[in-house]
Design a protein around this ligand. Structure first.
Ligand SMILES: C[S@@+](CC[C@H](N)C(=O)[O-])C[C@H]1O[C@@H](n2cnc3c(N)ncnc32)[C@H](O)[C@@H]1O
Length: 301
């Protein structure tokens, strides 16, 4: 797999009809000097040099980039209240992380919220991959001012990770596996990108049960159309073993609650409250068990 050729070819995605105006608006944003970056739950940018006019220009470009799924961010006074309070996931994982000096990948990184948060933990380099040119543009907006040379974003998918052979100490794959029609192949691709003994952090929807079995939604799950398999924890463990991982550790099991995912002014359309059964919130609208996630850590053999 010639990764560099794929990366180069995908640059053309930034010229798509719906993306080109966003890229142009982003290009026209002025430089801002002396930006202070705070990497708390809300990734916050401040500068004494920012005028109201400048802050307004940044907000207009951010609005062009809706929907903002992951965040929050505060860009010079504009609070981007994303659909997900992504700090809940990051803070859940943070006590388990040791990224100091490590080469890290975040697969399905969306707009890079976790990548920015990881900077607090001193990684040598973080590669984020996600095939979405819109989310890539959100990342570019933030990193235009954060200016971190430890972060790199490429519009690639999990299927390309095998092209980064033996490269990473730590790989994150959060909220992506259930979108893959062949989860074992996806896990193998992640494994190939890790150094021997390297660690994978992963979360996925799960169902309760002791048997190694999966829910296979007939069409949608929680109104999401491309959910292929929702495993029990033993099924997930078996996928990991088949893909060449060892030492499977369950870190946390968490139900998605409406204070984590909700409708805000920064998304169009529906959110969790519309995806659950109106009479029984322990079920999805389709009648399946409501979204619950398992967070695991496992190691390349
Ligand atoms: C449910 S979101 C999860 C985002 C983030 N990782 C999190 O856990 O909050 C799924 C992400 O996977 C991305 N995605 C879609 N196809 C992908 C692929 N083939 N490989 C990797 N990521 C993909 C989407 O663009 C989206 O940002």
């Amino acid at each position: 797999m010639n990764i560099e050729a794929i990366i180069k070819e995908r640059q053309s995605w930034l010229r798509w009809k719906n993306i080109a105006p966003i890229r142009e608006a982003l290009r026209q944003l002025p430089e801002i000097e002396d930006v202070e970056v705070s990497l708390g739950d809300c990734v916050t940018l401040r500068s004494d040099r920012v005028t109201q006019e400048l802050a307004g220009a940044v907000e207009r470009v951010a609005r062009m980039m809706m929907p903002w799924r992951k965040g929050p961010f505060d860009l010079f006074g504009t609070f981007i209240d994303s659909e997900w309070r992504s700090y809940k996931k990051f803070n859940l994982l943070k006590p388990y992380l040791d990224l100091e000096g490590k080469r890290v990948a975040d697969v399905g990184c969306n707009n890079g919220y976790y990548m920015f948060r990881m900077l607090e933990l001193g990684p040598a380099q973080v590669l984020g991959i996600d095939p979405s040119p819109l989310f890539r543009s959100q990342f570019d907006l933030i990193n235009r001012y954060v200016k971190s040379d430890r972060l790199r974003y490429e519009m690639l998918g999990i299927e390309h990770m095998r092209g980064f052979a033996d490269m990473f100490d730590t790989v994150f794959c959060l909220g992506v596996l259930y979108h893959r029609s062949d989860p074992v192949v996806a896990l193998k691709s992640l494994k190939q990108s890790l150094k021997r003994g390297g660690e994978l952090y992963l979360d996925t929807f799960m169902i309760d049960g002791e048997e190694p079995i999966c829910l296979v939604p007939e069409s949608t799950y929680s109104k999401i159309s491309n959910i292929h398999f929702v495993p029990t924890v033993p099924a997930l463990e078996n996928w990991c073993k088949k893909a060449g991982f060892e030492r499977f550790e369950v870190l946390e099991i968490v139900r998605t609650e409406p204070d984590e995912q909700r409708k805000t002014d920064w998304i169009q359309g529906e959110s969790l409250e519309d995806f659950l059964h109106p009479e029984n919130p322990s079920l999805t609208i389709e009648g399946y068990p409501a979204p619950k996630r398992v967070y695991i850590k496992t190691y390349r053999k």
